[in-house]
Structure formats: structure tokens, C-alpha cells
Design a protein around this ligand. Structure first.
Ligand code: ATP
Length: 272
């Protein structure tokens, strides 16, 4: 079986400044990722072991993937990514081989970050009971391979596993034991200040009219995720072009029209 299917390797170019809001979270992630790499002697001095796994959870489109990439970029770490959903759809044995090969390559390339997206698909709670056996075996085998690899990280230096999920309650308790995902961070949808910063990030390269008021726009986009705000900026540009294909700037009315044409997917009930 091909062990390269579904794998991407890169040193991401995303920086912390590309992520609007989440100041505190960025700081905590930075410490968890950068300190073990850049100040490993401090950990030895105090006799503590660095965190080996961080679980990021929160609604879709709120920058979990982007945070993982920014962390890798800041630590100058190689970035390996795996998707739970991709692995689940592979042939028997292929997913396990993929996990082992990723960790093998991450060890060789250290410092590295292994990003495990949609972790709940693989690492969901193992259901007991005899008749659930057949449909849990794929997930169980993948999970136990992952656990073996994570336990093996004790000897390896400079490898951190970041996992992302929208469904933290579905994650198997075995992953939450000490030495596995010791740090759990909630990545919330942006508040008003965060939305303004996100809008600044995504309008940075745009030609804006002088009347553009990102502060009011941030106030008018409650429950919008970062991904939706990025989409809104593109849509505002499209509105301007639909009005006049030779437009040279995007004005506030274009942003308002884009705002009114979009509905956020999140509702209050989805928030934790
Ligand atoms: P999913 O759970 O769907 O994988 P996610 O939480 O991993 O989502 P990302 O893939 O990181 O979210 O975000 C999607 C896009 O939304 C990013 O490429 C980025 O353009 C934009 N985005 C999200 N949050 C922010 C933010 N805080 N600042 C700037 N851009 C953001």
C-alpha cells in the first residue's frame, strides 16, 4: 500500500500575526511548542518533561489548523499532517502504516509537529459490547497505533502532536492520559475584537475605500467564524466587481451588502 497517500509535508509560512484575536491562546500554544525546542535545557534544569500532545477543540472554521501551522512556523518545525477522515477510508492496514511512517519521518525531521485533523474520527470512544465489534475495529487499530507512537515519543525529542476536533467529548479517554494529550485548548469563535482583527488580516492586501469601517462590521458579524469573515471579504470584492467590473476599490457599502447576503452557520446552541 502507498504510505504517502493523504500526507502533506511542509514548513508552513503562516505566522501568529495572520491569526486575528486569540491572544492568550496563541501565547499558551507558543510556550508549549517553542519552549521545548528553543529552551530544552530549562526543562532539564527543572526536571520536567515537555508536553507531548495538545488537543485543540472548537467549532469549524475558527483557525485550529491555522494555529497548528503558525506554531510550526514559529518554532521552525517541520509540519506533518494527517486527517482522521482520510485514514478511516483507507484499505485495511494502510492507515496504520501511514501513522507509523509519519512518526518515523517526524523523528528524522525533528523538530516536528504532527497535526492530526478530525481526530475524533479515529480516536473516538471505544464502544464496549460484542455486537459493536465489527464496526469499531478500524478505528481501534488506528487508535492503538497512534497511542503506541505517542508513548514512543518519550524517547524522542522535539516532536509534538497537535490534534484538532469539533467533538472533544467523542475523544477516547486513553488519549487524555498523562504523557499523551496533556494540554486541552478550546478555540472559541471570535469575539468582537477578534473579528475586527480577522477582518484586518483578510483586508490587508485589498484596495479599500476610505469609508470602510471594520469596527462596525465586526460589531455586525456576531457568530461569524474566521473562515466566514475571510469569505465575507472576498464577497465584498465580488459585490464591488458586479457593480462595476473596472472598480478600483472596495467600499463600505460593498462590505455591508456582503454581510447581508451571508448567514453564519454557527448558532448559540453550538457554542460550548
Ligand atoms: P475545521 O475544523 O473546519 O478544519 P479550523 O478550525 O481548522 O476549521 P482553519 O482551517 O484554520 O479552521 O480556518 C479556515 C480559514 O479561516 C483559514 O484559512 C483562515 O483564512 C480563516 N480564519 C479562521 N480563523 C481565523 C483567524 N482567527 N484569523 C484569521 N483568519 C482566520
Amino acid at each position: 500500500p502507498s504510505i504517502t497517500r493523504g500526507v502533506t509535508v511542509e514548513v508552513p509560512k503562516v505566522s501568529w500575526d495572520d491569526i486575528g484575536g486569540l491572544k492568550d491562546l496563541k501565547r499558551r500554544l507558543q510556550q508549549a511548542v517553542e519552549w521545548p525546542i528553543k529552551h530544552s535545557e530549562a526543562f532539564t534544569r527543572l526536571g520536567i518533561s515537555p508536553i507531548r500532545g495538545v488537543l485543540l477543540h472548537g467549532p469549524p472554521g475558527c483557525s485550529k489548523t491555522t494555529l497548528a501551522k503558525a506554531a510550526a512556523h514559529a518554532a521552525e518545525a517541520a509540519f506533518f499532517s494527517l486527517s482522521g477522515a482520510d485514514m478511516f477510508s483507507m484499505y485495511v492496514g494502510e492507515g496504520e502504516a501511514l501513522i507509523r511512517s509519519i512518526f518515523q519521518r517526524a523523528r528524522l525531521a525533528a523538530p516536528s509537529i504532527v497535526f492530526f485533523d478530525e481526530a475524533d474520527v479515529v480516536a473516538s470512544k471505544r464502544s464496549g459490547g460484542a455486537n459493536s465489534r465489527s464496526n469499531t475495529t478500524v478505528g481501534e487499530r488506528l487508535l492503538s497505533t497512534l497511542l503506541t507512537e505517542m508513548d514512543g515519543l518519550e524517547q524522542a525529542k522535539g516532536i509534538l502532536v497537535l490534534a484538532a476536533t469539533n467533538r472533544p467529548h467523542a475523544i477516547d479517554a486513553a488519549l487524555m492520559r498523562p504523557g499523551r494529550f496533556d494540554m486541552v485548548l478550546y478555540v472559541p469563535p471570535p469575539d468582537q475584537e477578534g473579528r475586527e482583527e480577522i477582518l484586518q488580516v483578510h483586508t490587508h492586501g485589498m484596495k479599500l475605500g476610505e469609508d470602510v469601517d471594520l469596527k462596525s462590521l465586526a460589531a455586525a458579524t456576531e457568530l461569524f467564524t474566521g473562515a466566514e469573515l475571510a469569505g465575507l471579504c472576498v464577497e465584498a470584492g465580488m459585490v464591488a466587481l458586479r457593480e462595476d467590473i473596472s472598480a478600483t476599490a472596495v467600499f463600505n457599502r460593498h462590505f455591508l451588502a456582503a454581510r447581508n447576503s451571508l448567514r453564519p452557520a454557527l448558532t448559540d446552541s453550538l457554542l460550548e
